[in-house]
Design a protein around this ligand. Structure first.
Ligand code: BV8
Ligand code: ZN
Length: 244
C-alpha cells in the first residue's frame, strides 16, 4: 500500500456523497474477538461451518449452545475498537450512509452505529423454535437447552446459519445501499461467505469506487479500486476521519 493510495482513498471518502461500509470478523479482531478462519478461529477443533448449521443444531443442540455460550461469554468482555468508533462517527457526519455487517458480536451497535444491517443476526438475540418469538437475551451463561418464556419451546440463536436464507428485508436494504453508494469500503472480511462475498462486485457494477481494508488479499482484491493492506484499528480511523 503506497502513501498515494491512502491519500487517494481518503480524498474519495472525503468527497463522497453516499458511503456504504461492509464489515466482517476482521474489524472485531482488534477488539480481541477471534475471527472465523484465522489461526484463532477454531473452538475445540470444530470449524464454524460444522456448528453454525441447522443440521448441527438438530443433531446436537447442547453442543451448538455450548459454542454460543462460550462466544457470548467471550464477547461480553470485549469493547469496540477505534475502527468501530470511526464507522459510527462517519454515520453521524454523513446523511447518506449505511453499514452492512456480517458480524454477530454487536460491537458496531455498542460503538453507536444505528444505520446498520446485521445480515447474519446478533449473538444477543434468541428465537423460539416453536412459537418464533424473537427476544434480546444477555444472560450468561444461558441454560444449555434454554426455553421460551412464552411457550417453553427450545430457543436457538437468532443468527443466520449456513444453508439458511438471509432476511429478505435486510437483503433489500443491502441492495439499495450497494446501488446508491459512491464509495463502498470493505473492512475485515475474507470474502468467502455468500451472498456478502458478492456485494463488492454488485457495488462496482453500479459504479461505486471500492476500497478494501485487510492485512491479507481476498478473492475480491482484484476487483477493488484500492486495497489498503493493514489492520482496521490503524487504517479505518485514518481513512474515515476528516482530521479537522
Ligand atoms: C444463503 C453466523 C441462500 C454464524 C455466518 C453461493 C451463493 C449463495 C450461497 C452459497 C453459495 N455458495 C455456498 C453458499 C452457501 C453459504 C456459503 O457462502 N458458504 C461458504 C462457506 C462457501 N452461504 C449461506 O449458506 C448463506 N445463506 O446464501 O442463503 C441459500 C439457502 C440455502 C442453500 C443455498 C443458499 C448464509 C451465510 C451466513 C452464515 N452465517 N455467521 C455465527 O457467526 O455464529 S457466516 C460467518 O462467516 C460469520 O458471520 C462471519 O462474519 C462470516 C464471514 O466470515 P468473515 O467475517 O469474513 O471472517 P473470516 O474469519 O472469514 O475473515 C476475517 C478477515 O479479516 C480475513 O480476511 C482477515 O485477513 C481479516 N483480518 C484479520 N485481522 C484483521 C483483519 N482485517 C482488518 N483488520 C484486522 N485487524
Ligand atoms: Zn415459544
Amino acid at each position: 500500500m503506497s502513501p498515494e493510495e491512502l491519500s487517494e482513498a481518503r480524498s474519495r471518502v472525503a468527497t463522497a456523497q453516499a458511503i456504504t461500509i461492509l464489515t466482517g470478523a476482521g474489524i472485531s479482531a482488534d477488539s480481541g474477538v477471534p475471527t472465523f478462519r484465522g489461526a484463532d478461529g477454531l473452538w475445540r477443533n470444530y470449524r464454524a461451518e460444522d456448528l453454525a448449521t441447522p443440521e448441527a443444531f438438530q443433531r446436537d443442540p447442547r453442543l451448538v449452545w455450548e459454542w454460543y455460550n462460550w462466544r457470548r461469554e467471550l464477547i461480553a468482555t470485549k469493547r469496540p475498537n477505534p475502527a468501530h468508533h470511526a464507522v459510527a462517527a462517519l454515520e453521524a457526519r454523513l446523511p447518506d450512509f449505511w453499514l452492512i455487517t456480517q458480524n454477530v458480536d454487536g460491537l458496531h451497535r455498542a460503538a453507536g452505529s444505528h444505520k446498520l444491517s446485521e445480515i447474519h443476526g446478533n449473538i444477543w438475540m434468541v428465537r423460539c423454535t416453536a412459537c418464533g418469538t424473537v427476544a434480546e437475551n444477555h444472560q450468561i451463561p444461558l441454560p444449555l437447552l434454554p426455553s421460551c418464556d412464552r411457550c417453553r419451546g427450545l430457543l436457538r440463536p437468532h443468527i443466520v446459519w449456513f444453508g439458511e436464507s438471509l432476511d429478505q428485508e435486510d437483503l433489500a436494504r443491502c441492495a439499495k445501499a450497494l446501488q446508491d453508494c459512491d464509495v463502498l469500503i470493505v473492512i475485515g472480511t475474507s470474502g468467502v461467505v455468500y451472498p456478502a462475498a458478492g456485494f463488492a462486485s454488485v457495488a462496482k457494477e453500479a459504479g461505486a469506487f471500492v476500497i478494501e481494508v485487510n492485512p491479507d488479499p481476498t478473492p475480491q482484491s482484484d476487483l477493488v479500486d484500492i486495497a489498503l493492506r493493514g489492520h482496521a484499528k490503524d487504517l479505518v480511523p485514518n481513512l474515515l476521519e476528516t482530521g479537522e
